[in-house]
Design a protein around this ligand. Structure first.
Ligand code: PLP
Length: 380
């Protein structure tokens, strides 16, 4: 694998762009054209956007008209939630959603209810049913497919069935799932899906809201030239959309990538558990994404671990990557009820398409060296 990606184990923050994707983007950049222009260059750009729409639609099992391109997962999540406010829907969301869901909730005029999760990191479906039972008005349930910090896969289909029994519409933030597990809007039983290209080898800054039933499309948040059939104005990000298309093609065609990545992740976990006592793998007994490991080295601040590993050329995150670069205690681990000494000591290791055995070896060597150094410290 390329030297450039050596020691890079932070795919849940962003995956390296796949070579096929960079080639396609570079081609698109060389051929300018606004998809709204009527001349040949415009028509060519339009055709690239529409074939990408078809590819992305195929990947998640909707008709092409159900794909609304956005600037990424954050915008698609906001689109759904802001729309709910306009529809006077009360929002029910799990306590471990991404900030692009959680930070919108306080502003929703019709209110929001957080649904707790259990110790394994799975949403409490009984609590959801109980809360929905108390609600008399229109409602939206928003549940992530897989958690970005722990990789724990949520029982989305079951959540959707409970929600539908109570007449609620359902949104699933599938940003961390796509490219790692199969994602189909029909199998999940939800109305809307959020996806983002940069989590599976596409470029940053492009994503989509997937709409199962086009007559139920959320009303626009951005108004202007009426692109995306009035659902999201603004000149389309053609190079980004072309890259999204290519990443979707890679994901659709590479069948054994998840198995390979799972084997690497399992090797990494087994080796560090064999090397030291007291290591906790968060969500270990729950269904998890094949690429993610949330590892607690008790008593050692996560920032110390991240910085020490970085000095050895290993790139991982402490909980969620945060725009300010500072690390605060993870709301996900807190919601799971982990004790304080563990929530501050968890790092997230996430693998992907370019990861190889040498990255795992590098991680294990750096992690063991740090553990050893700390163990050898004279007692205070
Ligand atoms: N949802 C989840 C679960 C995520 O992990 C992320 C990104 O980390 C997002 C949404 C936001 O996606 P984007 O970076 O495309 O805005």
């Amino acid at each position: 694998m390329s030297e450039r990606f050596s020691g890079y184990l932070d795919y849940n923050a962003t995956a390296p762009v796949r070579p096929e994707v960079s080639a396609a983007i570079s081609f698109a950049l060389d051929y300018p054209g606004n998809p709204s222009s009527v001349h040949m260059s415009g028509r060519e750009a339009r055709s690239r956007v529409e074939s990408a729409r078809e590819e992305v639609a195929r990947l998640v099992g909707v008709s092409p008209g159900g794909v609304v391109f956005t600037s990424g997962g954050t915008e698609a999540n906001n689109l759904v939630l802001q729309n709910s406010a306009r529809q006077n829907r009360h929002v029910f969301a799990s306590a471990i959603e991404h900030d692009s869901i959680l930070n919108v909730l306080p502003a929703l005029q019709n209110g929001a209810t957080l649904i707790p999760v259990g110790v394994e990191g799975l949403v409490d479906v009984d609590a959801l049913a109980e809360q929905l039972g108390k609600n008399s008005g229109p409602a939206l349930v928003s549940i992530m497919l897989a958690n970005n910090e722990t990789g724990v896969i949520q029982p989305v289909r079951q959540v959707a069935e409970i929600a539908k029994d109570h007449g609620a519409v359902v949104h699933c933030d599938a940003v961390q799932g796509l490219g790692k597990v199969a994602v189909s809007i029909a199998d999940l039983g939800v109305d809307w899906l959020t996806i983002s290209a940069h989590k599976f080898g596409g470029p940053q800054g492009i994503g989509a809201l997937i709409v199962g039933d086009e007559s139920e499309t959320p009303t626009a948040m951005l108004f202007g030239g009426g692109q995306e059939r009035g659902r999201r104005s603004g000149t389309e990000n053609v190079p980004g959309i072309v890259g999204f298309d290519e990443a979707a093609k890679c994901v659709a065609s590479i069948r054994d990538e998840s198995q390979r990545v799972r084997a690497l992740r399992d090797k990494l976990e087994n080796e560090i558990q064999a090397a030291a006592d007291g290591v906790v793998i968060v969500g270990e007994t729950a269904p998890r994404l094949p690429n993610t490991s949330c590892i607690v080295m008790p008593g050692v601040p996560a920032e110390t671990q991240v910085m020490s590993l970085d000095l050895e050329g290993v790139k991982v995150s402490a909980g969620a990557a945060c725009s300010s670069g500072k690390v605060s205690a993870s709301h996900v681990l807190k919601a799971m009820g982990l004790p304080d000494e563990q929530t501050g000591s968890a790092i997230r290791v996430s693998l992907g398409w370019a990861s190889g055995a040498e990255d795992v070896d590098q991680f294990v060597a750096a992690w063991t060296k740090l553990r050893q150094r700390l163990d050898d410290r004279p007692a205070a």
